[in-house]
Design a protein. Structure first.
Length: 138
């Protein structure tokens, strides 16, 4: 069995954003040479997320509005976690959107549904963060 590991780095200038990372993940898959197996993609920071969904701007706007209703950033005083940083809402948003995804690899390709894409979700931006890509298989 082969194993491949790579870190993807992001420095999002906005507080919140959704970035389609499917092209970068496909490059990792090509570099790995693995044709059959599994790929894990996970955010290595507690205020960021990796998830699978449709790449449609209206949907991304809806995610942002919905998450802000569930865990509003302000007033920051509503959260006990806030003190040194004001990112308690980012922790909650990450919990909702998830830490990671696992995708099957079949015949050297990501085995995704017709509209599925892999996204990095940022909920406390303006600093460098990473995503782990780990691939195992043959």
């Amino acid at each position: 069995m082969k194993s491949y590991r790579k870190e993807l780095w992001f420095n999002i200038s906005a507080r919140r954003a959704f970035v389609n990372i499917t092209p970068q993940v496909n490059i990792c898959l090509e570099e790995s040479g693995i044709r059959e197996g599994l790929i894990l993609i996970n955010a290595m920071h507690i205020t960021a997320s990796v998830f699978i969904n449709d790449d449609e701007s209206g949907l991304h706007h809806d995610f942002d509005v919905w998450l802000e209703k569930l865990a509003p950033h302000e007033p920051t005083s509503q959260y006990r976690h806030n003190g040194y940083e004001d990112n308690a809402d980012g922790h909650l948003k990450r919990q909702i959107m998830g830490r990671e995804v696992v995708v099957a690899i079949s015949e050297g390709k990501l085995d995704l549904g017709p509209w599925e894409q892999i996204f990095y979700g940022e909920f406390d931006g303006k600093r460098k963060k990473r995503v782990l890509v780990k691939i195992i298989g043959e």
